[in-house]
Design a protein around this ligand. Structure first.
Ligand code: SAM
Length: 253
């Protein structure tokens, strides 16, 4: 499914190898404990835990992302690009009266998200298992796409493919909301304090490359390749710029 799977299954060793069936190699190798292992999923999907991981900023960030998705929402379908721990999906469904599309490469994540919903809301959540690098949706079918803390977890090639795919499925006039780490936080205490920087970089092996990325330039590049024009319409920062919520829109032709 991913573009870079472990080539030799027999020679693979380590706990992560148990998790690599049909999941991208990087996800099994670096994040099995957080997203694929049932005890990990159970542990992390608690509000205090997810809030602690985001240094107390979960509520601020999720409220802002929700607001940015829903305020004068462009008419049409909404896609949440991969599951997220916490209350993001239930909150989105509460705010809308139509269906929410949700995809993720891990069955265990889709199942955990569905468990958080009432029976009525379950019917409005259209879940599909797929890789963000190769979406099985048509071109221009969504009016809103939300990504909540996915991009920094992807290696650069997967990040590029996923961004390109998100732009492909978003219709002209549509809105793209990205909640993520801010740009490289060289002045932030967490970055300047070597132990916290070390822990962050150990737990998030692709964060460094995300910090170096010019997100707007990358979005423009992939939009342009598809004959689309993307503009940033808003950017919210919190925790001294450590995190951000960005809104982009595709120009109408
Ligand atoms: C959205 S991100 C992280 C969210 C954040 N840490 C949180 O929970 O608030 C994690 C999700 O992305 C999924 N994921 C990672 N790589 C993926 C890919 N290439 N395609 C689809 N889902 C992917 C994982 O299975 C996991 O459910």
């Amino acid at each position: 499914m991913s573009s870079k799977q472990c080539d030799n299954k027999k020679s693979c060793s380590g706990v992560w190898c148990r998790f690599r069936d049909s999941t991208p190699d990087y996800l099994a190798r670096h994040y099995w404990w957080a997203y694929l292992w049932h005890w990990g999923v159970w542990f992390f999907d608690h509000q205090p835990i997810i809030n602690a991981i985001l240094f107390g900023q979960y509520k601020t960030l999720s409220h802002r992302a929700l607001h940015d998705c829903m305020k004068e929402r462009p008419e049409g379908r909404m896609l949440q690009l991969t599951c997220a721990y916490g209350s993001m999906t239930p909150s989105l469904l509460k705010e809308m009266d139509d269906e929410l599309y949700l995809m993720d490469v891990a069955d265990i994540q889709l199942t955990a998200t569905r468990k958080k919903l009432s029976d009525v809301d379950k019917k409005r959540l259209l879940c599909a298992r797929m890789n963000a690098e190769h979406l099985a949706y048509g071109d221009n079918v969504f009016a809103t796409v939300l990504i909540f803390f996915l991009l920094h977890e992807l290696p650069p090639y997967a990040r590029e493919h996923s961004i390109s795919e998100a732009i492909r499925v978003l219709r002209p006039g549509g809105r793209f909301v990205i909640t993520e780490y801010g740009a490289c936080p060289k002045k932030h205490l967490l970055w300047r304090f070597p132990p916290t920087r070390w822990v962050l970089q150990r737990l998030e092996p692709f964060l460094e490359s995300f910090w170096q990325l010019d997100l707007m330039a990358m979005l423009e590049e992939y939009a342009q390749k598809q004959g689309k024009v993307i503009r940033q319409v808003d950017e919210f920062h919190c925790f001294s710029g450590f995190y951000r919520v960005c809104i982009f829109e595709l120009d109408d032709p």
